[in-house]
Design a protein around this ligand. Structure first.
Ligand code: CAA
Length: 302
């Protein structure tokens, strides 16, 4: 993590009113939302984290504090900068708290109708020139943009999990996204010490079109009894230099999310069988074995 606060504040002082994005509202205080709030605050942005109840917000702030204490322990940031970053995040259960934000980053559950209604609502609440970004991992940016009256100011900002650690932000341009909006968002990502890479709207974008079929194939390999989870993951870790194996990664992402993305790919590519979710994946989701978040998936976490 960049020790970016001092530099960010100095940039702010030097650039004055030229800084186009100064305040960010993050919708959702879950795993992705609190990570995004953290990296935005560390970059010097004023951040408002919004969720439907105070308990979620409190848990989100605990996650930010825990993550920053790891960074401080590693001596990548001093405690004063960590405290400054925490102080940059305010929380609210009121949607209107996003009304003055320059950039809104939505990180709510992956339910298409919920995303559409949220974007329609925030289109009304936010100032006309605010950029509305979605951290969606699979829902069409064009479909989300259609729910607003500002499709040219709607874009995908797909952060990777765990947000404080992973460098990539996949930037998804809708067919109406303006080049000015893309540039502002690319600049904001760089300020957050991330590496943004752009693509066009298409099922699964780039990341999940490639990642999720690989994970699904690993699950099929297990389902067919070819190898045990430890061997499948070990082969991919040691043989392909992946940081963790595909089954452990599925547990980290959440099996419900993987299934949802596979279904988006399957439907989006006219039921091409190469994207068909494996039966074992479907069964585990029905059984509530969703990975780390439920304490069990391909491995146990209790
Ligand atoms: N906050 C701050 N620092 C953290 C952290 C957090 N939440 N989590 C881990 N870290 C730091 C640790 O302090 C540690 O730092 P050092 O290198 O200085 O020791 C470092 O990250 C590595 O952590 P650990 O030693 O605890 O564990 P690890 O070596 O197993 O690494 C990992 C953890 C970085 C998550 C690694 O397992 C990994 O890279 N996994 C793959 C992650 C991945 O592929 N993510 C993409 C998922 S796909 C997605 O998100 C998109 C989608 O739509 C599905």
């Amino acid at each position: 993590m960049r020790m970016g606060l001092e530099r960010a504040f100095m940039d702010g002082m030097c650039l004055g009113n030229d800084m186009s994005i100064q305040s960010i509202a993050v919708l959702g205080a879950g795993q992705m939302g609190n990570g995004i709030a953290q990296v935005a605050a560390c970059a010097g942005y004023d951040v408002t984290m919004i969720d439907i109840n105070q308990d979620y917000l409190d848990k989100g702030m605990v996650a930010v504090k825990n993550s920053l204490s790891r960074v401080v322990k590693k001596e990548r940031m001093n405690q004063d900068d960590a405290d400054l970053a925490i102080a940059k995040i305010s929380t609210s259960t009121h949607k209107n708290a996003a009304s003055s934000a320059d950039l809104v980053i939505e990180a709510i559950p992956e339910i298409p109708e919920l995303k559409f209604s949220t974007f329609s609502e925030f289109d009304e609440i936010c100032k006309p020139d605010a950029i509305l970004a979605s951290n969606t991992s699979s829902i069409s940016i064009n479909a989300i943009a259609k729910a607003t009256n500002r499709p040219e100011r709607v874009i995908g900002m797909h952060f990777m999990n765990p947000v404080p650690v992973m460098k990539l932000v996949e930037i998804i341009n809708g067919s109406a996204t303006s080049p000015e909006v893309t540039q502002l968002v690319l600049d904001a990502c760089e300020k957050m010490d991330k590496i943004p890479l752009s693509c066009n709207d298409s099922p699964g974008f780039v990341s999940n079109r490639i990642l999720c079929p690989m994970i699904n194939e690993a699950i099929l390999t297990l389902e067919e009894g070819v190898a045990e989870p430890e061997a499948i993951d070990g082969i991919m870790k040691l043989g392909m230099n992946h940081p963790i194996g595909p089954l452990a990664l599925a547990d980290l992402i959440g099996l419900d999310t993987i299934l949802h993305i596979m279904n988006v790919l399957y439907e989006g590519f006219d039921k091409d069988p190469k994207y068909k979710p494996s039966q074992l994946l479907e069964d585990m989701v029905v059984e509530g074995k969703l990975g780390r978040k439920t304490g069990s998936g391909f491995y146990n976490y209790e």
